[in-house]
Each structure stands twice: as C-alpha cells, then as structure tokens.
Design a protein around this ligand. Structure first.
Ligand SMILES: *Cc1c(COP(=O)(O)O)cnc(C)c1O
Length: 478
C-alpha cells in the first residue's frame, strides 16, 4: 500500500482562506493573551487547533441535512442514528447528546459514587473534569511507554493490566466506578489500543464485575492502526475491526465531532438497560429529549452518515497517511516530535524544542504562540497548562509537554501541511529566541481554554524580530 495515498475524494466547494502579515499576527496573539484558543479564526491561515468539529462533510452528509426530521419527539432521524450505531458498533441502545462532554457528564453521574476510583488510559480534559465533578478520582493506568515521547511501541495507548490489578487489589472492585478505555488516546498523541488489550481488560473487568467503558471518540482511527499493526487483522476491514472492538466494552461515550465527521454531536451507546434508563432520565434534564439530546434532527442524520463514511478503508488510509506525512517531514528535519506518529495529530515535544525553558515557564504554550506569529498556523498546548491543578491547588507537572498540530479530516491538502512543516522547521532554527510566559488570568477549571498570559522577561540573545520579546515592552493589552 502507498504510504501517503492521495485523497479518495475531490473538491466540490471551497472556502477561501485569509492571509495575514506578521504585524497583524503579533497584534492578534497579544490581544489573545498568548493563548491560541482566544485567536479569532479570521486571523488564522491554517487552523490545526483541533480536529474536533472541523471535518469537511461529504456531499451525502450535506444532502442528509435536508431530510432531517425536526419533530420534538419520535424523530425518524434518531431512528437512523440508532440503526447506524447498532449496525456498526453493535450496541442496542443509543442516547444522543449535544457533543462528547454531554455524554461524559451523564455517564459520570450514573457510574461514579463519590470517592470511587476511575482508572483510564491517560486522561482527557473534559472526561476527567466530569469524573471529578461526580466525586470520582481519576487514576492513570496506561502503559509507561505512553508517557515517553520516543518509546517505539505499536500500541502506546494500551492499559497496563498490572497497574489496573494493583488498583483493584488495593481498593476492591467496589472501590472502582468503571474502567474508561479510550481508543485512541488523545493526550498520548493519538496512540492506539490493541484488540488484545481491549479483550484482556474486558476479561479482567468481567471477572471482577467492573463496568468496562470506552471513550470511542477516535474509534475509526484506532481500528485502522489495528488493521495495519496487529497480527491477524491485515485482511479485516476497519468496519469489522471497529465492531469487534466494541464487542469488548459495555458501552461508549462518543464525540461525533471526531470520527463521525460532523461539526457537532455525540452520544452514549450501551448494552445495559439499567444504564439506558438512567441515561434517559438525565439526558432530559441536561441535553434534551432522548430522541434528540441537544441535536437537531439534521445533525443526527449527518452523524449517522458520517459514522459509516469514517469506517471506509480508503478514507482511513488517506486520513492517517496525511498525518504521518506531516510527521515524516518534521522527523526528516530533526524536529523533536512524539513517535510513532498517532492518528489525528503530530505533537511537537516542547521540552526538547525549547530546552532553555522550565516547565513552569509554559514552553508548549509559548511555542504554540510563536508558531502562530511565524506562520498563521494555529496549534494547541497540551502540557502543564492543559493538565491544570490538583485537589490541593498545585500545578500538575505532566511528563509530556507538547504542542499539538491537529489535522482536520478532509480539509487541508498536503501543500498546506508543507507550509506547516516549513514554519516549524524555521522556528526550530531560531528556537533560542522563544521566551517563556506567565499567567495573567487563570480560570478555575479547564484553564487552557480561556487563560491569558504575558511574556516573561527578554531571553538573552533574542533577535528583534521575535514577538514575545517585543510585546514584553508593550503596555498590557486587554
Ligand atoms: C473531543 C474529545 C472528547 C470531548 O468531546 P466534545 O465533543 O469536545 O465534548 C472526549 N474524549 C476525547 C478523546 C476527545 O477527543
């Protein structure tokens, strides 16, 4: 198979992009408090902030929008979504939510008693927030390799069964709310979980009577990695692999904004009728009727169609291949990135990129800001800022201090990714000129979304063209 297959689609409609000057970008990042989340999108040339809700829909998805059934109750669009989930994931019950975190909120309230532990293969920001809000205590049980940006492991997202066993030994099965098995693991760099690991954790959970849940947000991309890497799956379609994966968990939370190729939407799906009843009770309060859960009928139609399109082998070979293309261009230039490259993003290792900065100087945040000023490319911090504070108010210091270059699905061409690679390479050449940051506003939760920063003092040897040093002398901007 080709390493970088060309697009298995052609372009039918275009969205013009806005080019900006360096001066405009310097002003924009200062006004955004050095937080790329706060940049207006009209000031962004290539937007790699996230692959969430940024997918390009197909002509079929757009046509499904027209036949959405907007009935308040009993919408046939819900039936279509439920049928797609049943057919492709194998769960009998579906509860729609406005997006993934709506589903996380509901399942956390159902499965967690205050003080219980919630083991998971690394945390995801909104997932852990809802687990903790429900009184749960998140415990990371991912294999050690996931925390090593250069460990060469085909399934870096796997749960370490020994860590899970130890937790259950210590606290008993009744001390565990549920096991959350994310496929793929976003914060580890989009790293996949093996079928074997899903099966083993499933057996372990069954033996101990523990609920085995999955964050299936990136299920399709994980299925592709199993097809490419795991013995016995080379000739199995990704759709069949995905269904087998889902056979090893009791239910899922899903953000449709990723592997369902839509701009908004999500759901819970499960086998248990008991969980279904409770989820329906909660969805009415927080999201909407159980037949729409915060989505329009047309959104459910587009998601039902996208769920199927995402499990197409040619689509996935191109999708994951395009991410790998960006990673390989950076590796060839000696840029420190997380390897192996994951399914949806390339992660720059900000510790290695900016060795002159301490983690408390927010190197990944500073690097994301500098990349924007350099090129108009928007990326995202995934390090100490995203990790937030612990229960005692202390900064968590994650091992990984990363900048995420997230590739939206079916949106950019390889030429766009060349622009990104060239900008990162140029920035690496003059990396000593990038200084650290400090907080000027820190919100109490999920701080990375809305925090504001200002540059620390001028780093020695900084060139005059470098933005953080220039702005250090300017009056504070609101
Ligand atoms: C995006 C994401 C979520 C949250 O979903 P939203 O739709 O953004 O609320 C949860 N888990 C993972 C792994 C995600 O990537």
């Amino acid at each position: 198979m080709m390493r970088h297959p060309a697009e298995p689609y052609r372009i039918k409609m275009v969205e013009p992009l806005v080019m900006t000057t360096r001066e405009e970008r310097e002003e924009a990042i200062a006004q955004a408090g050095w937080n790329t989340f706060l940049l207006p999108s009209r000031k962004v040339y290539i937007d790699l902030l996230t692959d969430s809700g940024t997918s390009a829909m197909s002509d079929r998805q757009w046509s499904m929008l027209m036949i959405g059934d907007e009935a308040y109750a009993g919408s046939s669009s819900f039936d279509r979504l439920q049928s797609a989930v049943q057919a492709y994931y194998g769960f009998p019950h579906v509860v729609p939510t406005h997006q993934g975190r709506g589903a996380e909120h509901i399942i956390s309230r159902i499965l967690i008693d205050p003080g219980q532990f919630v083991p998971g293969n690394m945390y995801f920001t909104t997932t852990r927030y809802h687990q903790e809000a429900a009184g749960g205590i998140f415990v990371d049980v991912v294999i050690d390799e996931a925390h090593d940006p250069h460990a060469d492991h085909p399934f870096k997202g796997d749960i370490d069964l020994a860590k899970l066993e130890r937790l259950v030994d210590e606290h008993g099965a009744e001390g565990i709310a549920y096991v959350n098995h994310a496929v793929t693991v976003n914060l580890a760099g989009g790293q996949p979980v093996s079928m074997r690991n899903l099966r083993e954790v499933h057996e372990f959970c069954q033996t101990h009577g523990i609920v085995h849940w999955s964050d299936a947000t990136r299920l399709a991309e994980n299925a592709y990695f199993i097809q490419q890497r795991e013995d016995g799956y080379a000739d199995v379609s990704t759709a069949e692999i995905a269904k087998e994966m889902m056979g090893y968990v009791d239910g899922v939370t899903m953000s449709g904004k990723k592997d369902c190729l839509v701009n908004i939407g999500g759901f819970l799906a499960m086998r248990s009728e008991e969980i279904l009843v409770k989820a329906r009770e909660l969805v009415v309060v927080y999201e909407g009727m159980p037949s729409y859960g915060g989505m329009a009928g047309r959104d459910m139609e587009a998601m039902a169609q996208g769920l199927v399109e995402a499990l197409d082998d040619d689509y996935l070979a191109h999708r994951v291949g395009q991410v790998r293309y960006l990673g390989e261009r950076l590796l060839e230039a000696g840029i420190p990135i997380v390897t192996p490259v994951g399914g949806h993003a390339v992660f720059l290792d900000a510790r290695e990129f900016l060795p002159h900065l301490e983690q408390d100087d927010y190197p990944a945040q500073a690097l994301a800001a500098a990349l924007y000023v350099e090129s108009g490319v928007r990326s995202m911090e995934r390090g100490i800022v995203s990790a937030g504070r612990d229960a005692d108010g202390r900064d968590r210091h994650p091992k990984l201090e990363l900048v995420r270059l997230t590739v939206p699905r079916r949106v950019y061409t390889d030429r766009h990714l060349d622009v990104v690679a060239d900008a990162v390479i140029e920035l690496y050449r003059k990396r000593e000129t990038i200084g650290g940051l400090r907080f000027v506003y820190e919100p109490p939760s999920l701080r990375f979304f809305t925090a504001r920063f200002e540059p620390l003092q001028v780093p020695t040897g900084a060139g005059p063209e470098v933005s953080p040093t220039r702005f250090a002398q300017e009056p504070a901007l609101t």
